[in-house]
Design a binder for this molecule. Sequence first.
Ligand code: KIV
Length: 293
Amino acid sequence: MKTFRGFLYQFRTFGLPNNKHMSTAKKDYKRITTKSLFEMKSRGEKISMLTAYDYTMAKIVDHAGVDVILVGDSASNVMAGHETTLPITLDQMIYHASSVVRAISRSLVVVDLPFGSYQSDSKEALRSAIRIMKESGAHAIKLEGGGEVKDSIKKILNAGIPVMGHLGLTPQSIYKFGTYTVRAKEETEAGQLIEDAKLLERIGCFAIVLEKIPAALAKQVAESISIPVIGIGAGNGVDGQVLVLHDMLGMTHEFSPRFLRRYMNLYEDMNNAIAQYVSDVKSKDFPNEGEQY
Ligand code: KIV
């Protein structure tokens, strides 16, 4: 039986027992910071992360208790309909990030540096990261790659900007890979990925996303570094999970990778609602007397 002191401790530390956000070893944070994520990993609490690109969605995601909102360059696919993440620009990322930042009160907002805004040299990388932080009010940036972008990461970190790394399947390099299949299945690539993860930790990244790699490798990486590892298609042995919001809500339906769990079928539900609206307009059912002045 729980003593009164025990209850008080739980209440202060983790919130009320029936708190909807409560789960094993979960602490209620008013605001998520990079430090909170580190604490979560140390405590064994899994980190939740979802993408968002606009005010209305970000407000719902933040309110539902998601720890990290990623303003991903997947906006290029999801919001703009491009085939890859390559076309989205820095200005467009800043527009999406500003809309998200205006909506949030708890989540940590991380913004992708888009393709072409950091690869040429570290000064350009720093300029791009500063623009994101200054013009959107976001809390951190994410960029793809390991050793090849280490100078840029160091420069950005030296300016006081937190950096999240991204290894494994890195969609900005899709034309180099040629396909979106699972990465690092071979020993050499797996070894390189482990080296890169250790390097990112050593130079000061606060977390790393691992995309579409074998679960056993992702677990090995998460266990060998102290910073949080957030997976997408990387199994359950990592410190947290990220999904693209529109995919997990079932708004997109052409994209069905094995790792995706759909929590709703919004494509069909929205389609039905909109078709009903069209029908109501055509049949003059809408608006009725109560819906006019
Ligand atoms: O842009 C994005 O949405 C991402 C996630 C898939 C991790 O980078």
